[in-house]
Design a protein around this ligand. Sequence first.
Ligand SMILES: [Fe+2]
Ligand SMILES: [Fe+2]
Length: 136
Amino acid sequence: MLVKWSPEYAVGVPAIDRQHQELFSKINDLLEACNRGEGKQVLGEVLSFLESYVQIHFGTEEKAMIAQAYPEYAAHRNEHKEFIDNFTHLKAKFEADGPGIWLVALTNRIVVDWLKNHIIKTDTKLGAFLSAKQNS
Ligand SMILES: [Fe+2]
Ligand SMILES: [Fe+2]
């Protein structure tokens, strides 16, 4: 099943919302590549694209938090770190075991579920803070 953007994921900062949509699209690229039964090389490339985009995205949010002296920066950044750790684990397992149905299951659990939860609970708070700053 692919991930679908919906307004409940909007954080109210256009640049961040665009990046989240792009992340959903890159996750779908990965899930579709799994569905097509792509081999290790293609899947490895798709995983790397997703990983670099995640890093760009976390960088965008973290820079904004620092620039605006966001009080919950440390906790928010820890959540990003937790994701990177999980993703690193997924990639290591992929390097060791290669493609398999486990990849879809693990992607759904540690990438899709994590991201939806993080956007709704954590990024929306940041979005509200940044929007309020911009309007003050
Ligand atoms: Fe975030
Ligand atoms: Fe985010």
